[in-house]
Design a protein around this ligand. Structure first.
Ligand code: F6R
Length: 241
């Protein structure tokens, strides 16, 4: 059957500018956009491009997708700080509200508070894809109805955290659950680089399975996949199910 999602494939050097232009369009059309944003290496050039374009975030609300537990407050890998550093603090027109995951108190309660913020409604959710198929920290084994929760990180995610500069490999995190992500009015799946080619093909064209949590994004009726040519090399355009 033909894919239900929309796929846009861009040359690597045009990817960030293209996604930024689309996001500026959304913000212009709906200044009060409630948007969920990821961190990681994929969106970094996108955030640069948004800053360069003077993206009009002023009426918008930004919620963070996920956060590590067990890192000190000033750890450079902390997602809340990373998004602040790469985007929020650099915007001439910063969002009316920025909601990193507030880690005060017991982690379960922190997850619960963040879930309430997301449950109020997300217009647009941007996610990356892990090389193990995770979205947010919905690691392999996560079902489509998984809740916002405290999660044990997969070994691969711990290594990536260290590559992001974490002083010690965090073992757990808080993530918006797939259920909440699938409630967002619109989802953009971002993938760049050759290292994502195999997993992107499994997520889009393999079976929908908890082993590849990103595969569940195909259930959404407004999913746009924004890939660069390197990440799209393994796509055939034929989903299996
Ligand atoms: C980040 C996140 C993760 C990353 C994924 C890809 O907030 O939730 O799912 O999107 O691990 O990471 P990068 O972009 O560094 O390849």
């Amino acid at each position: 059957r033909s894919p239900r999602y929309r796929l846009e494939v861009l040359p690597p050097d045009a990817w960030a500018g293209h996604v930024a232009d689309r996001l500026v369009e959304r913000l212009t059309a709906r200044p009060t956009l409630r948007i969920c944003l990821p961190t990681g290496d994929t969106p970094t050039p996108l955030y640069d491009a948004l800053v360069g374009r003077g993206a009009p975030f002023g009426g918008a609300e930004v919620l963070l997708l996920d956060e590590y537990l067990g890192l000190s407050e000033d750890d450079p890998a902390r997602a809340g700080e990373r998004l602040r550093r790469e985007l929020i603090d650099r915007l001439a027109d910063p969002p009316a509200a920025y909601h990193p995951i507030d880690l005060a108190g017991p982690p379960d309660q922190a997850a619960g508070r963040h879930d309430v913020l997301a449950a109020a409604g997300l217009d647009l959710t941007l996610v990356g894809i892990g090389r193990n198929g995770h979205v947010g920290f919905n690691e392999p084994g996560s079902d489509a109805d998984s809740e916002t929760r405290v999660v044990a990180l997969a070994a691969e995610s711990r290594q990536v955290a260290e590559a992001y500069g974490a002083s010690e490999g965090p073992r757990s995190g808080i993530t918006l659950g797939l259920r909440r992500l699938l409630e967002s009015a619109e989802i953009w799946l971002l993938a760049t680089g050759r290292s994502k080619a195999e997993i992107l093909a499994r997520a889009l064209e393999g079976p929908e399975t908890p082993q590849v949590p990103a595969s569940f994004l195909r259930r959404h009726h407004r999913l746009t996949v924004l890939a660069d040519e390197a990440a799209a090399t393994r796509l055939t355009g034929r989903p299996s199910s």
